[in-house]
Design a protein around this ligand. Structure first.
Ligand code: ZN
Length: 483
């Protein structure tokens, strides 16, 4: 009996870019075994060394999590769809209107299209005016979310960020403009939001969210909107929301796919119920490494803003207990059930996490930008200056580029040979064994460190180029464009 297995974007490099695969089997376990024998590289992404499914990979049959069915022994019937859902680099807050502020005549005019909706009306708009919402991040997700929340009349809008606007942000971070390049994101966002709606109060927190400041910051708000772009901050936001019982309007994006939900309400599950542990560092690329369709955060951030407004209005039908999946490339929305896990370490019946922990350590990342500790450990490195000197001296060298073909088109090291990381295991025969030194690089050094490890396991010596092709352009060949 053949079943359709839906493959999410981060795993498609291991299935020849297919988004769905037909696989035979009577149970989920049989289907996954056949799938991973057909696509061997997929196996190490789905299964840990002990042969168990990894914790950050959830498997669904139709819209049910197999953890609440018979796990891998779950029997399949004709027409069942199996979804693999990995984590990707993310209660009613309705207040009593008697304490909500009155609307001024200017506000009644401004919000008139809300006021004539019976579901919002004067009372609802007063709730929005009395509400305090915190956007964590003023980037891809925070941009559309903050714009719509400001326009909708959220009385106090908090923003946390510590970055400056870069030209590469503007493809998706629509709250910022070209004249803002180099300016702090918060200064830029404040100017744009105040111009949009001078009636609201904007509170900016120019700081990196951490275990030391999260509780004090979140305590002052009614709803937290998670617009973060890394796992450490995502778990931090989740745990702080659970500890304080603040609803978390969650969103995350990767390439063409997004997720949204509402976590940490009194009745619903939290992010850890869905993904108890983060993926090992480096396994799931960041948006900087993997790319993101610019309009995607527009859709997901707008969904987060919608859910935030509904939470404040006390509306039914929020995403509590549901994970919404959006694939922009096939233009499909799907949704999966998420249950509160009684064993959840933070919101379960016997929580083991009662205060905030060290999330960078929990996620296995070092403060070094982009390169994880485990990816670079034990890997021999070389610098772009050393490589340039080798090439200039005519020393026998094989420069291996493990990026993707579309990245190679943007910029490259002369005479480098392209074998994308996902294909390296099956194309080892293309590497020289004539004593040439093999220098491996990618964009910034993360993927190539993994490639050097993979080669070492196969008995091939190679060096990792520290900083990747970006360092080459910065320090050797500034004539090329960076990305
Ligand atoms: Zn939980």
């Amino acid at each position: 009996m053949a079943h359709r297995v839906l493959i999410p974007t981060p795993l498609r490099p291991y299935t020849g870019q297919q988004d769905a695969v037909e696989v035979d089997g009577g149970t989920v376990g049989e289907v996954l075994a056949t799938l991973t024998s057909r696509y061997a590289d997929l196996r190490r992404h789905l299964y840990a060394e002990d042969g168990k499914l990894r914790h950050f990979v959830n498997v669904y049959v139709n819209d049910d999590d197999i953890r609440y069915l018979d796990r891998e022994a779950t029997a399949l019937k004709a027409g069942d769809t199996i979804s693999i859902v990995p984590s990707v680099a993310g209660g009613s807050a309705a207040s009593d209107t008697s304490t909500s502020p009155e609307l001024t005549n200017a506000e009644i005019e401004r919000y008139s299209r809300h006021l004539i909706l019976p579901e919002v009306g004067i009372d609802g708009q007063r709730r929005l005016k009395g509400a305090r919402v915190l956007c964590v991040g003023a980037g891809g997700l925070g941009s559309p979310a903050a714009l719509y929340l400001a326009a909708a009349g959220i009385g106090t809008l908090g923003l946390i960020d510590f970055d400056a606007v870069d030209v590469s942000n503007l493809q998706r971070q629509i709250i910022h403009g070209t004249p803002d390049i180099g300016r702090s994101k918060l200064a830029s966002a404040r100017a744009r939001l105040s111009a949009l709606n001078p009636e609201i109060r904007i509170e900016t927190h120019e700081t990196k969210l951490s275990s030391a400041n999260a509780l004090a910051l979140f305590k002052e708000y009614d709803v937290i909107l998670d617009g973060t772009d890394n796992f450490a901050t995502r778990y931090l936001v989740n745990d702080a929301c659970v500890i304080l019982r603040k609803p978390n309007a969650y969103g995350s994006i990767f390439r063409f796919e997004g997720q949204a939900s509402v976590f940490a309400t009194t009745e619903g599950p939290c992010y850890r119920c869905l993904f108890p542990e983060p993926p090992p560092p480096g396994l799931v690329p960041s948006c900087a490494e993997g790319g993101v369709l610019g309009v995607l955060p527009g859709v997901i951030g707008t969904i987060q803003a919608t859910e935030t407004i509904k939470l404040i209005l006390g509306a039914p039908g929020t995403l509590i207990g549901r994970l919404l999946l959006y694939d922009a490339w096939s233009m499909r929305f799907r949704e999966l059930k998420v249950r509160r896990d009684p064993e959840c370490p933070v919101c379960g019946d016997r929580p083991s996490i009662r205060e905030l922990i060290d999330y960078e350590q929990f996620c296995g990342v070092t403060p070094q930008a982009g390169v994880s500790a485990s990816a670079s450990a034990g890997v021999e490195e070389t610098t772009v200056e050393q490589l340039k000197a080798r090439l200039d001296a005519g020393l026998p060298t094989f420069v291996l580029d493990v990026r993707e073909p579309h990245e190679y088109q943007i910029c490259r090291i002369p005479n480098s040979i392209l074998i994308p990381l996902g294909q390296l295991g099956t194309r080892l025969s293309e590497l020289p064994n004539d004593g040439r030194e093999i220098v491996v690089h990618c964009k910034m050094g993360g993927r190539s460190a993994k490639a050097v490890k993979l080669l070492k396991d196969q008995g091939v010596d190679a060096k990792n180029l520290t900083g990747g092709v970006l360092a080459w352009i910065d320090r050797v060949d500034p004539s090329q464009a960076k990305y």
